[in-house]
Design a binder for this molecule. Structure first.
Ligand SMILES: [Zn+2]
Ligand SMILES: [Zn+2]
Ligand SMILES: [Zn+2]
Length: 766
């Protein structure tokens, strides 16, 4: 556009790309046009928003600038392009009905926490939405969890069954109203209702206000199943050991920490230390569970998070949760509604069946949940968010692929913490958290989720990408797809690629990919890999010295087996920490690790953590994968960080990290009575230094400037911080996952990024 600011008339057509539908963008444009005296129209189409604006040149220029700078809270304007068109001279500004047809790329947005305006109505006794738990507007409310198809319009959401009353309809139709085209718009007269039920499904007698009654139940120590946005939660008061212990026992959840719901930031501050980044995440519209360091005097029952130095907290993200948390007035355990490893319940009948043995009562409502969506989990590392689970509040925001996909792609992900990913052109949509694909329910959830995303984003996969592991249920699902080309991507390559791609990089880079277990190209179990390469291919430049995994999978639940494998390899006898393990069992496992029976080789750093945590007596057996490592990290006293020695073994071009000198030094410390807090710190410092050293060595040899750290082991804050610091100091540019989790939640995106690069011949576009 010209910079003339005279009074001559101009008309422009403006294309606005990005997340601009279902976020109040058109009413914003309408109001802006009114303010600046602009004539024309605005409409939604499949690409985003299209505007024509006519008026004095200066006003039109200001109008176009403010289309970006003043956009509504939930909008994400990616691109604005204006071109001059002939003057029409027609007065007034209109919102024109949506155009249909063509490619649907206008994005569905994530669910967003209740806005301040809606909260004010909720709290106002004079407002018609006073205490109405489904209050929302174009600036907040349910989105992804209620969407059944596109375009995003009420008939294609789970609000379809609720006809708006006249008052709501008037808001919905009024361009000047905050609820103009707010698809889930509702009020007590016409919208969804809550009910409080006994565990047998009968309504609780004499209840006027089910929310207040549910809060009273919680205060009385009862366990209440609460139907929320993406599924059911199980709630009880967090300061009542009897209630929390009962919940743990009934849920068959042994030690894994429970998340908490607190009413506001002040309540959170009474339980945990919060820095600015943590507070920002806690109060963000996504409202994830934020892991933060618990205060010594935090008033929570011991069973909430046994042995954990952090508590996982979230703030209310719907009016229902707002009212419940405020009415209860105490922190609540708010954990997913399921039995240990099952997926979270979201269907009412299924929830009643599965949760009636756990919950005393049910707080339910009659708005169906379209897609099961777990709470997201995040922790702050080096003032940046590190997502541990990307789901509600983040999904389905798309990620850009650095190399566009020449065909439609589907990445089916890994086995644990599964999420899948669909992609076309340069955009990829990573799914909500599906979970561990251990049972029929999660597999079904994967299949439904894929079908839903294919519809939502109009992706018809021509290429399906899977892990090399032949037994993963995700691999078997991929192999069962008809009329598609199959591609396989090695697990750790997918970790590296996902991290590069989310930062818009294609490589080459040197990466340390540390995780539990992944299938290697040589049929052994990888998990401590130094890789060099980019999206299209990798080479293995180093690894942890391989050791037997005695009894395969069993070693994951019995970390003492890994300790036994290392100590046997080092010809060290049964140390005192293992008094609980009978000599006979020890000898048997030692024999397995020498002979290799049912014990594949592994280079897994996750399993090394298991071994050292066991050697220090932290955990000989665990109830969930990585428990020993998490507790071992928690014990570390950061002040005592004289690193243990870790040696490199050079074999040609490849380097092997040999932890045996470190284990020996650790055994000496144990014998000398050095506390585990110091041993843990020295271990972390030693591993971080060795990792950085080997990355720097390989980077120098191959003349690389870019380093990548990823894999589930890097959920360990201490290890990640120390390693990044050392690499920074060495002058390497370091990429770590930010938009996706470092664990297997990122695998599908990596699979898709690799496939796109390979199909495109490894060349960036243009
Ligand atoms: Zn609102
Ligand atoms: Zn209404
Ligand atoms: Zn992995």
């Amino acid at each position: 556009m010209s910079t003339r600011s005279d009074g001559s008339l101009r008309r422009v057509r403006v294309r606005v790309d990005g997340t601009v539908q279902g976020v109040g963008y058109r009413p914003f444009v309408y109001r802006l046009a009114g303010e600046l005296g602009i004539a024309g129209w605005v409409l939604n189409d499949e690409r985003g928003v299209l505007v024509e604006a006519e008026g004095p040149a200066g006003a039109v220029e200001a109008f176009v600038a403010r289309l970006r700078s003043d956009a509504p809270a939930l909008a994400d304007v990616r691109d604005i392009a204006a071109e001059p068109v002939p003057l029409l001279g027609a007065p007034g500004f209109q919102i024109v009905a949506s155009e249909r047809g063509g490619a649907a790329t206008a994005p569905v947005t994530p669910d967003s926490a209740t806005c301040a305006d809606c909260l004010a109505e909720l709290a106002d006794p004079a407002d018609r939405r006073h205490r109405y738990p489904f209050t929302n507007c174009t600036n907040c409310g349910p989105r992804f969890t209620i969407v059944e198809g596109i375009p995003y319009d009420r008939p294609l959401t789970t609000m379809a069954g609720f006809a708006m009353c006249d008052a709501c309809r008037a808001e919905y139709d009024d361009p000047a109203d905050r609820r103009f085209h707010a698809q889930p718009n509702a009020c007590p007269a016409c919208g969804p209702q809550v009910r409080l039920l006994e565990r047998d499904g009968e309504p609780v007698a004499d209840v006027d206000d089910p929310l207040r009654a549910a809060a009273d139940d919680l205060l009385a120590g009862r366990i209440v199943a609460v139907k929320g946005l993406g599924g059911y939660h199980l709630a009880c008061r967090a300061d009542d050991e009897q209630a929390v212990a009962a919940l743990r026992a009934r849920k068959h959840r042994e030690d894994r920490p429970f998340a908490l719901l607190v009413a506001d930031v002040d309540a959170a501050r009474r339980l945990v230390e919060l820095d600015a980044a943590e507070e920002a995440l806690l109060t963000s519209r996504a409202r994830p569970i934020v892991l933060a360091r618990r205060l010594g005097d935090a008033d929570v029952a011991p069973s909430v998070a046994p042995g954990a130095p952090e508590l996982g907290l979230m703030l209310p993200y719907t009016p229902l949760h707002e009212l419940l948390a405020t009415d209860a007035g105490v922190p609540l355990v708010f954990t997913s509604g399921n039995l240990s490893d099952e997926p979270i319940a979201f269907d009412d009948d299924d929830a009643r069946e599965r949760l009636s043995r756990i919950a005393d009562r049910f707080l339910v409502h009659d708005r169906p949940i379209a897609t099961r969506t777990d709470d997201s989990v995040v922790r702050v590392v080096r003032e940046r968010p590190l997502l541990l689970r990307r789901s509600r509040g983040y999904v389905p925001v798309s990620l850009d692929l650095p190399i566009a996909a020449p065909e439609h792609l589907l990445g089916v992900g890994a086995e644990q913490k599964n999420a899948f990913c669909v992609a076309k052109d340069a955009r990829a949509w990573c799914s909500h958290h599906i979970g561990d694909l251990k049972n029929y329910e999660t597999l079904q959830s994967l299949e439904h989720g894929i079908a839903h995303f294919e519809r939502l984003f109009e992706v018809t996969p021509q290429v399906v990408v899977h892990d090399l592991h032949p037994d993963y249920l995700s691999t078997r699902y991929a192999l069962g797809r008809e009329d598609v080309t199959l591609l396989s991507v090695q697990h750790h390559h997918a970790h590296l690629a996902a991290t590069l791609a989310e930062h818009g990089e294609t490589g080459p880079a040197v990466g340390a990919i540390f995780d539990g277990t992944g299938y290697g190209t040589d049929g052994t179990v990888w998990g401590g890999e130094i890789l060099v390469g980019g999206l299209d291919r990798i080479a293995r430049s180093g690894r942890l010295r391989p050791i037997r995994l005695p009894g395969g999978e069993r070693a994951i639940h019995e970390p003492w087996r890994m300790a036994c494998a290392w100590l046997t390899d080092m010809q060290v006898a049964l140390p005192p920490a293992f008094a609980d393990i009978v000599q006979q069992r020890w000898n048997m496992v030692a024999r397995m690790s020498l002979q290799g029976t049912g014990s594949p080789f592994t280079s897994s750093i996750g399993r090394l953590f298991d071994a050292v945590a066991a050697i220090c007596g932290v955990r000989l057996e665990v109830t969930y994968e990585g428990q020993g490592a998490i507790e071992f990290e928690a014990l570390a006293d950061r002040a005592a960080a004289d690193p243990y020695p870790l040696e490199f073994e050079h074999r040609g071009e490849a380097v092997a990290l040999d932890p045996r000198p470190m284990i020996l030094a650790m055994l000496d410390d144990i014998a000398a009575g050095v506390p585990v807090s110091a041993i843990s710190a020295r271990f972390h410092a030693g591993l971080a230094r060795a990792t950085a050293d080997v990355l720097v060595l390989v980077a120098e040899r191959q003349q690389l400037q870019l380093a990548v750290l990823s894999g589930g082991v890097f959920q360990n804050r201490l290890l990640l911080e120390l390693t990044v610091e050392a690499l920074d100091a060495a002058g390497l540019r370091v990429l770590v996952p930010e938009q996706l989790a470092p664990n297997d939640g990122q695998i599908a995106f990596g699979q898709v990024a690799v496939a796109a690069a390979r199909l495109a011949g490894g060349r960036p576009p243009g």
